[in-house]
Design a binder for this molecule. Structure first.
Ligand code: G4P
Length: 522
């Protein structure tokens, strides 16, 4: 098979959601379709006591969650699917953001009973800023949820994106009859534990329900559909691919109901691997020469071996195990023998990989996040991964001053690896860590102790709103203790505002100062 065919088969995406919205249940159903697992419950671990096989680290085991995003892949309907798992909420870390740089689309799962929740907004901002197409699945239709129109309105308002309902529910909870599949023009009838029934629109008997309540629900839904046809935005694939419109599917991951129709449509519509920007060009996936970049480095995936794995997204050409590659940053030549792909149940050696695929490479300490690897014939450097603004800050010191050397080494390495961000106070040079989730601190503490033999003290500064300063517009002496002034690793000044009020107050008082929100500039 040639390179083009392989690229056209690839669908690389992440599933994002608020915890408990149903991401694990959905992932499990997709793996069942891909025949990667035989029964439900294999991926899930939280409450059943079984651990998901993607839970590598000790902390993951203790908490029964996936700290770091894992990757799953399988064939489905002639496509080759790569799912990048992302943790959410308190288990959120910069890895979650970085993972989104390695996907071509995302599936956003929303709980119909709750609507959009805070964490979804953060993840969404990253998708938006990167123009990633978003497919929405509104889950738990078997429960009494919020009004579907209301849910759409909320998505449009909060996330500033157009919605296009690909299907529409007839009732919810106890009154749930099924969904009208507007795309395939069929009614999918919900039959409880039995398999769903597909009835094409042209053979649909509109007087089908003898039960009057059911018939009323059905008719109400037909009216809603007419309203949607008339007043809704038209479907536009072009807008979907630009991240300006999200196709919305309703269903239940648990039942499961509407999941297969959703996934079939998703794999058809979701974009193939896209070209990637380097510092001075755009590299097409069809480009013959192999290239890729590292978006994540994970240590200690296997506690017995203490190995590190660098996750690489293949961007162009064909990867073969054993090939010699060049690391652009230092022009080091490396033979890649130990490469892995990740399936639900195990790591497997990968022999070949194509654009869109994610491979894990053994890292003896060579790599950094954002590194580019090529086949060595031409040296290119993919654009730096954006720096994501942290919002939880803590002062860090070593508990035992005698361990200053190990402390410094561990801190330096973990920061370089992208596990956590480091800032220095100004004018007093205290060390301040920044993270996007509490879990990053737990991982940091754990790794400092187990890998560098240093116990650390963390003193919370709390949640802050960081704004970088355009130094040409500001005198750093303006800042008092209430709003902390710190420097990032590049020596750029930023202010850690205590809250939105403090930020607004400052911005108002010092209109001449340009404050930069990294979410806006990336
Ligand atoms: P997450 O990965 O996004 O955190 O969510 P997860 O799939 O673990 O689902 C969270 C809870 O919601 C689970 O229940 C799950 O069974 C339930 N759920 C998922 N999809 C649906 C759905 O379509 N309908 C309904 N009614 N429930 C759904 P739990 O009680 O927290 O866990 P468990 O005891 O069932 O494992």
């Amino acid at each position: 098979m040639n390179l083009n065919d392989e690229i056209n088969k690839r669908k690389t995406f992440a599933i994002i959601s608020h915890p408990d919205a149903g991401k694990t249940t959905m992932t499990e159903k997709l793996l069942l379709f891909g025949q990667q697992i035989r029964s439900a419950g294999t991926v899930k671990g939280k409450k059943s006591g079984k651990f998901a096989t993607s839970d590598w680290m000790e902390i993951e085991k203790q908490r029964g969650i996936s700290v770091t995003s894992s990757v799953m892949n399988f064939s489905y309907q002639g496509y080759y699917v790569n799912i990048l798992d992302t943790p959410g909420h308190e288990d959120f870390s910069e890895d979650t953001y970085r993972t989104l740089t390695a996907v071509d689309s995302v599936i956003m799962i929303i709980d119909a009973t709750k609507g959009i929740e805070a964490q979804t907004i953060k993840l969404f901002k990253v998708c938006k800023m990167r123009g990633i197409p978003i497919f929405t699945f509104i889950n738990k239709l078997d429960r009494e949820g919020r009004d579907p129109f209301e849910l759409l309105e909320q998505i449009e308002e909060v996330l500033e994106i157009e919605t296009y309902p690909m299907n529409w529910p007839a009732g919810m909870g106890k009154r749930f009859l099924g969904i009208f599949d507007r795309y395939q023009e069929q009614f999918v009838r919900f039959k409880g534990n039995e398999e769903e029934e597909l009835i094409p629109y042209d053979t649909l008997d509109h007087e089908q329900y003898h039960d009057l309540t059911k018939q009323a629900t059905y008719q109400e839904t037909e009216e809603e559909l007419a309203l949607l046809d008339e007043a809704g935005d038209p479907f536009s694939m072009e807008r979907v691919l630009k991240g300006e419109q999200t196709p919305v599917f309703f269903g239940s991951a648990l039942a499961p109901f509407g999941v297969e129709t959703f996934f079939k449509t998703f794999v058809e519509m979701a974009p193939n691997p896209k070209p990637r920007k380097t510092t001075d060009a755009l590299i097409q996936p069809e480009h013959e020469a192999f290239s890729g970049y590292i978006f994540k480095i994970q240590a200690n995936m296997n506690p017995a071996h203490r190995d590190r794995i660098a996750f690489l997204r293949v961007c162009s050409g064909r990867f073969e195990r054993g090939m010699t590659v060049k690391l652009t940053r230092n022009e080091k030549t490396i033979k890649l023998n130990q490469t892995q792909q990740f399936v639900a149940s195990a790591r497997e050696t990968v022999e070949v990989a194509y654009p869109g695929d994610i491979i894990g490479i053994y890292d003896p300490g060579y790599y950094r996040i954002g590194d580019t690897l090529t086949d060595g014939k031409e040296l290119i450097q993919y654009d730096e991964l954006p720096q994501f603004p942290p919002d939880l800050f803590k002062r860090v010191t070593a508990k035992n001053v005698m361990k200053a050397k190990q402390f410094k080494k561990g801190l330096e390495q973990l920061v370089q690896e992208g596990a956590i961000q480091l800032f220095t106070g100004h004018p007093y040079e205290s060390l301040i860590l920044g993270a996007v989730g509490e879990l990053q601190y737990q991982v940091f503490e754990h790794r400092m102790k187990h890998e560098y033999n240093v116990e650390v003290s963390l003193e919370s500064i709390g949640e802050r709103i960081p704004r970088w300063l355009d130094e040409e517009t500001v005198d750093v002496n303006l800042f008092d203790d209430r709003n902390m002034l710190v420097k990032d690793r590049e020596g750029q000044f930023l202010v850690l505002f205590k809250n939105q009020f403090a930020l607004n107050w400052f911005a108002d008082k010092h209109k001449e100062v340009r404050l930069i929100d990294l979410f806006d500039v990336n």
